[in-house]
Design a protein around this ligand. Structure first.
Ligand SMILES: *Cc1c(COP(=O)(O)O)cnc(C)c1O
Length: 368
């Protein structure tokens, strides 16, 4: 019987029972098909590598030895990133295949019976998902109704749950606001364990905890190249105290940053001037889209220091508005679900043309 292919697509319950119940309960992270649509759902930078850099980049690509493993420490790239991100002297970094992988490495490094990961709700979904993957519990402290930190609740939750790691997205996703720096600093001081300030949207916020690394051993600052224009590369970095970074580095899989990413990220950082220009344009376009949205009385619009804007449809259904936008060829993110994000949608800032197409489709959707 060996070698016979089992054509029964169903697998026995007995086999499935080996998968942990908390994993079976999850639904896989869903990425919608954006084919043929104006893609304003995933906080990507709408601009590509400038034409003028293409041939130099391609020339370097052709010289890469694809038959060899990458430099396991990516030392050259580490050096470039340390400079580019202004990591303070005496602090270390570890690189991840996107910052998602760094969140996973942290969870694996701290996971133990009875320990939890804490963050804020509404917040970035990967913190809670990865806590589960690692077999940890997750505590989501509710933000106030204006999405600022509720410090009374936060103090009580830290005291009660003694989290191994607290994640703070700065600015926050999906709300777009920047938490009060003094409140964040108080959380760092109160934390019994590690605190990660996730600065994925740093190019659009221009406010950072990087220099505070010198003041707090328990603080880690996380950055990514995704939102600044290199989402396809999958590269993030975690910065902090060398002794802590060394421990986290032990759970990193060897060669997690491939040769193409190491080369391309290095190349882009060497020619990084254009990225600042793109971020500046996106910040100005964000403010422009914000003021246009704010003119629509059907909406409540939330201030943003990131490259996206959260808004609520005050009358009618956000899910219907989302569908009407998609029918007109514009894909944004539907966050509508019972709770603090009821009737909320999130739009990523695109090119001026894309933003205009979005605004036109939105006005059409609201009026139909
Ligand atoms: C997008 C995002 C990330 C993920 O970044 P990658 O480096 O692409 O994995 C991390 N944190 C927050 C808050 C994000 O919004």
């Amino acid at each position: 019987m060996c070698g016979l292919i089992n054509r029964d697509l169903k697998v026995s319950e007995q086999l499935l029972n080996w998968i942990r119940p908390e994993i079976r309960e999850l639904s896989a992270y869903h990425v919608p098909d954006a084919a043929g649509l104006i893609k304003l759902d995933a906080m990507e930078n709408p601009y590509r590598l400038p034409e003028t850099l293409l041939s130099a980049w391609q020339q370097g690509l052709a010289e890469i030895a694809l038959n060899r493993y990458p430099d396991p420490a990516a030392s050259e790239l580490q050096k470039r990133l340390t400079e580019a991100m202004q990591v303070p002297e005496g602090k270390s970094i570890v690189l991840g295949n996107g910052s998602d992988e760094l969140i996973q490495m942290l969870a694996l490094a701290v996971a133990a019976e009875g320990r939890c990961i804490m963050s804020f709700e509404p917040g970035f979904v990967m913190y809670s998902m990865i806590a589960r993957f690692a077999g940890m519990s997750y505590v989501g402290v509710p933000l106030a109704s204006d999405f600022t930190l509720d410090m009374a609740q936060t103090r009580a939750a830290i005291e009660r749950h003694q989290p191994a790691v607290i994640f703070l997205a700065y600015p926050n996703n999906p709300t777009g606001n920047l938490f009060d720096a003094g409140a964040v600093e108080e959380i760092i001081s109160l934390a019994p364990g590690l605190v990660v300030v996730d600065e994925a949207y740093h190019p659009f916020a221009l406010s950072s905890f990087m220099s505070r690394l010198e003041a707090y051993d328990q603080l880690l600052v996380m950055r990514t190249v995704s939102k600044m224009g290199l989402a396809g590369l999958r590269l993030g970095l975690l910065c902090g105290n060398p002794a802590l970074i060394e421990e986290i580095n032990k759970v990193r899989l060897p060669y997690n940053i491939n040769v193409l990413t190491q080369y391309t990220a290095g190349f882009v950082l060497e020619n990084a001037g254009f990225l600042d220009g793109q971020a500046e344009m996106i910040r100005a376009d964000r403010d422009h889209v914000y003021s246009q949205l704010a003119l629509l009385e059907e909406l409540e619009v939330f201030p943003s220091q990131a490259n996206f804007i959260l808004f609520r449809v005050k009358q009618g259904s956000a899910t219907e508005v989302f569908a009407a936008l998609r029918d007109q060829g514009v894909l944004i993110k539907n966050l509508d679900s019972p709770g603090p994000l009821q009737n909320c949608l999130r739009v990523t800032v695109g090119t001026p043309e894309e933003n205009q197409a979005f605004m036109q489709a939105l006005e059409q959707a609201l009026r139909s």
